[in-house]
Design a binder for this molecule. Structure first.
Ligand code: UT7
Length: 326
């Protein structure tokens, strides 16, 4: 079995900034409430003509350049998203055409906020088994398109962005040490979009009832998040034969600063070793860990040889944790 490394990363967040002050004018909320309860100050919102594949394209181009490869070198594309360009065809196929690539396997993966880590884990299996050599994993979200800007439970949190990584066989000791993926369908009703699928197809009625927008039982999710994330960290470290002391840098899903701080405390990590961008970027679902990884790499927060843990939690419920030696 071959070890898989991340050979390059990229990310893109849209130009348009939506601040807490802007939201104060839209719903009954305040900068004080949002800042203290979530840690978010502002978030980026896609243009009305910008779709998930547009964000994915920009992040992918950066990752391809960073990995010093050409689009033609790619053997597979995995796009993690809950906001695809359309129900089908897959956003990955639209991206493949846009990148001018060969006709390689391209598919979307839906694991909500855990999508990027699910994608890295799945992609790495093809490399480990020598099926493929070079895989693009992109997480791209345009959550603003499924948010009800009259619902203060969700509109203050979610945002748009994309992050990408190129997976290649490792030529040294670096690479993915272990991964752990999990899900609990009992929590499927805690966050999601009720209409637009085969259970409740879109109709005038569903639109009138605003069922094409995301609904979330945030407080119930909050209560589960810390426990699930800590367990995911534990299992991934254990699978890699490592302990908390071995962790040099932690990239958690960016849902809420209170969740991030509680997880960091439970695993004994100072906040100087924890990546936080939700103050500027909000919660970008699958794209949160992907954008975070690229920003941390580009800002030299991660050094060669560091043991980096990436952990996420989200709709489904799903969770995932990866340990990578950089
Ligand atoms: O991405 C993965 C999936 N999502 C998550 O992981 C989200 C996790 N959940 C959270 O981050 C938090 O639960 C929220 C930020 C969504 C909400 O924070 P909370 O501390 O759990 O608040 P709450 O829902 O328990 O509401 C507390 C109070 C309520 O008022 P009363 O009943 O105490 O009078 C709410 O009506 O805050 C009120 N409230 C707000 N007030 C001002 C709820 N949303 C707002 C708001 N502005 N935007």
């Amino acid at each position: 079995m071959r070890k898989t490394k991340i050979a390059g990363t990229g990310s893109y967040i849209p130009d348009k900034v939506l601040t807490n002050a802007d939201l104060e004018k839209m719903v009954d909320t305040s900068d004080e409430w949002i800042s203290t309860r979530t840690g978010i100050k502002e978030r980026r919102i896609a243009d009305k003509n910008e779709a998930a594949s547009d964000l994915a394209y920009k992040a992918s181009k950066m990752a391809i350049e960073a990995a010093k490869i050409e689009p033609q070198d790619l053997d597979m594309i995995i796009v993690a998203t809950i906001t695809p360009d359309m129900i089908f065809p897959a956003t990955a196929c639209i991206l493949q055409e846009r990148l001018g690539m060969d006709k390689v396997a391209s598919f979307d993966l839906e694991a909500a906020c855990s999508g990027f880590l699910y994608g890295l884990s799945i992609g790495s299996q093809f490399i480990a088994t020598r099926t493929y050599n070079t895989i693009l994993v992109v997480a791209a979200e345009t959550l603003s398109k499924i948010i009800d800007y009259e619902d203060r439970n969700t509109c203050i949190i979610f945002a748009d962005g994309a992050g990408a990584a190129i997976l290649r066989p490792s030529d040294d000791n670096s690479g993915i040490i272990s991964s752990y993926l999990g899900a609990d369908g009992e929590g499927a009703n805690l966050v999601g979009v009720p209409a637009g699928g085969s259970r409740l197809p879109t109709s005038l009625e569903t639109v009138k009832n605003r069922q094409h927008y995301m609904k979330m039982r945030g407080n119930e999710l909050f209560k589960k998040a810390v426990k699930i994330m800590v367990r995911a960290v534990d299992v991934s470290l254990e699978k890699g034969g490592l302990t908390y002391e071995d962790v040099d840098f932690f990239i958690p899903h960016q849902a809420n600063i209170r969740i991030i701080k509680a997880v960091a405390k439970r695993i004994g990590l100072g906040m100087d070793k924890v990546w936080v961008n939700l103050d500027q970027c909000g919660n970008m679902s699958a794209a949160s860990c992907a954008v975070s990884l690229d920003q941390a790499v580009r800002q030299h927060k991660i050094k060669k040889g560091d043991k980096v843990v990436l952990t996420s939690f989200g709709g489904g419920l799903t969770w995932a944790s990866l340990v990578i030696e950089w």
